[in-house]
Ligand binder design. Structure first.
Ligand code: DGT
Ligand code: CA
Ligand code: CA
Length: 578
């Protein structure tokens, strides 16, 4: 599980901000800027806390972290020991701007943020909102009306996201709290409910259910959790805490005899719960969080969810399907699809190495896939248009494939290594590499990265063009980033129709800030009868574990094993690509 430490995250943010401020300083800071950004990136994914490293091995230890030299190690030490960073403070005095919030708005980079500051005194989100409302931005040099409306959209996105966090942040936090409660020995069962159990892409608050012979002990423990910032309310069987990471968390102790009813109720969704209770009423029964009761008030079922759905004449409905999207009617007819499971995945088809912007070598990625028990792994580094990601031209691709072939020999009989590339789909729908490069790939991934603001018609043509160029998989089809960036605009009907026609596979990108296609788009795409690939888009070995978010999203889109190509064995998969 990905677990970020407090220092690493905080220092990464400071480094990012230093880079932003250096960028607007002007002059030649390009080397320094890159160093800060790289260090920030490496710190944000580092497993071990820099505080611990410093304690054990001093700055020498810090310098073993990739991208951290002597100077940066000193800055980290200063922050850990003194609680501030003088370099940061000096720059901040010059630029009293909330960079971290402002640069997260789509369409705003460090330079534009400075321009807004120097000409309109925009220091934070509030100032930005005012400037947008008064239409002051469109008049600025380098902005214009289009840019102003994009910023307005970015602000709206931020507004609608308020308080909801990506599943990829919420789930690890829930798992960590559940572990602490389990390890205490005071609980018999500890489970996650609510939107997190349903694997919804964003989560409003955490809902945890516990059975215990000593409820007060659980309540005390929850109030004193290290993750808690403060206690919101505490009663004999329910405590709500505000977590430091931003969400709040409800912990309820329920009776073992009504555990199933409570789990069914608090898993939701609310709309699914209402639909289920209507079925109960039609059968002359009553369902609440304590159980399913007959007219005389006698318990019909309450211990497990399976019994409750069973006594209502329904098939068991998986949590990811409980969204009132027609699942209740299907369950009544015993016609629910059998949802895909993680254990059915036999390989990952979208991964990166240090040949572009990944952090691990080809061999390390292959090793990690072997450890996951996969039968194959597809390596798919970036093409040259993605210059920020150090994307490859045809010459580098050739060397990349040679290297893969060489390493793959060592793994013969252990795991099949497939050669691919995440190739940029250019504005006109052509691909960013030569035919000879495409020909050496076992399969081709296409992706839209640049020029995202095309009209719906143009973007649709662009994607269809890439289908004609022979891509096998369309990576993160909409390009949205959860709570950060809107999807690109294209005609999904036309694209899904063509995908069916040409046998192009839609990706369910499992990277936690993407989840793309999302549940609703998957349901739509599935109705066209097209196939899917659930991929992690890993940029380091640990990311292979993100597959669970892709599985959750695929299950929310009602996908079965048969819909997903990377449940096939390597030979069957290669036949599909040919
Ligand atoms: P969230 O927290 O906004 O991501 O979404 P949920 O689904 O976790 O919602 P939450 O935390 O408000 O409540 C957890 C579950 O409890 C919810 O999915 C269903 C149940 N629930 C809460 N309030 C109501 C209600 O007013 N009526 C019904 N039928 N169920 C409710
Ligand atoms: Ca919730
Ligand atoms: Ca709740």
């Amino acid at each position: 599980m990905e677990k970020y430490s407090v220092y690493n995250q905080k220092i990464a943010e400071l480094f990012e901000e230093i880079a932003d401020m250096l960028e607007i300083e002007g002059g030649d800071h390009s080397f320094e800027i890159r160093a800060y950004r790289k260090a920030a990136m490496n710190l944000s994914v580092l497993q071990e806390d820099v505080g611990d490293i410093l304690e054990k091995e001093g700055t020498e230890g810090l310098m073993k972290i990739p991208g951290i030299g002597k100077g940066l190690a000193e800055r980290i030490r200063e922050y850990v020991e003194k609680g501030h960073m003088s370099k940061y403070e000096a720059l901040k005095k010059k630029y009293p701007i909330d960079f971290n919030s402002l640069t997260k708005i789509q369409g705003l980079g460090a330079r534009k943020v400075l321009k807004l500051y120097s000409s309109l005194h925009v220091k934070n989100i509030e100032d930005l909102k005012k400037a947008v409302a008064q239409h002051k931005i469109r008049a600025l040099e380098g902005f214009g009306e289009k840019s102003e409306s994009e910023i307005a959209k970015g602000l709206q996105l931020l507004e609608s996201a308020r308080g909801r966090m990506p599943l990829g942040t919420a789930l690890p936090e829930a798992e960590s709290i559940i572990k602490t409660i389990s390890d205490s020995g005071f609980a018999d069962r500890v489970v996650i409910a609510g939107s997190t159990r349903r694997m919804r892409e964003t989560v409003g608050d955490l809902d945890i259910l516990v059975t215990s012979a000593t409820p007060q002990k659980i309540m005390d423990l929850v109030a004193s959790l290290k993750e808690a910032e403060h206690v919101v309310v505490s009663g004999p069987t329910k405590t709500t805490i505000q977590l430091r990471m931003g969400l709040s968390c409800d912990v309820r102790v329920v009776e073992p005899s009504s555990f199933g009813a409570a789990l069914q109720y608090f898993t939701g969704s609310k709309e699914h719960g209402i639909a289920i209770r209507q079925i109960a009423v039609r059968k002359g029964l009553k369902l609440n969080e304590y159980g399913l009761f007959d007219k005389k008030g006698k318990v019909v079922a309450s211990k497990t969810e399976e019994e409750i759905y069973g006594k209502l004449g329904l098939q068991y409905i998986e949590p990811e399907m409980r969204e009132a999207r027609g699942e209740v009617a299907l369950a009544a007819e015993h016609r629910l699809p059998k949802l895909i499971e993680q254990k059915e995945i036999r390989g990952d088809l979208h991964t990166h190495t240090d040949n572009s912007d990944g952090q691990n070598t080809i061999e390390e990625m292959i090793e990690a896939a072997v450890r996951k028990g996969y039968s194959y792994i597809g390596l798919s580094d970036h093409s040259k248009s993605e210059y920020i990601a150090h994307g490859m031209d045809d010459k580098r691709f050739a060397k990349y494939f040679d290297e893969i072939d060489k390493v793959a020999e060592k793994y013969e009989g252990i795991i099949e290594v497939l050669k691919s590339g995440e190739v940029d789909i250019l504005k006109d729908g052509t691909l960013d590499v030569n035919k000879s490069t495409l020909d050496r790939m076992d399969y081709r991934i296409g992706a839209v990265h640049m020029n995202r603001n095309m009209s719906r018609d143009e973007m649709t043509k662009r994607i269809l063009g890439a289908f004609d160029e022979g891509i096998n998989i369309l990576a993160h089809p909409t390009g949205r980033l959860i709570n950060e960036r809107e999807p690109i605009d294209f005609d999904t009907d036309k694209v899904f129709h063509a995908a069916k026609d040409k046998g192009v596979i839609m990706e369910v990108n499992a990277f936690p800030n993407r989840l793309d296609l999302n549940d609703e788009n998957i349901i739509k795409a599935r109705s066209y009868g097209i196939k899917f690939a659930i991929d992690t888009d890993s940029h380091k070995t640990e990311h292979l574990d993100f597959i669970k978010y892709g599985i959750g999203t695929a299950r929310r889109g009602w996908l079965t094993k048969g819909d997903v190509v990377n449940t096939l064995d390597a030979d069957a998969l290669k036949r599909i690509f040919r």
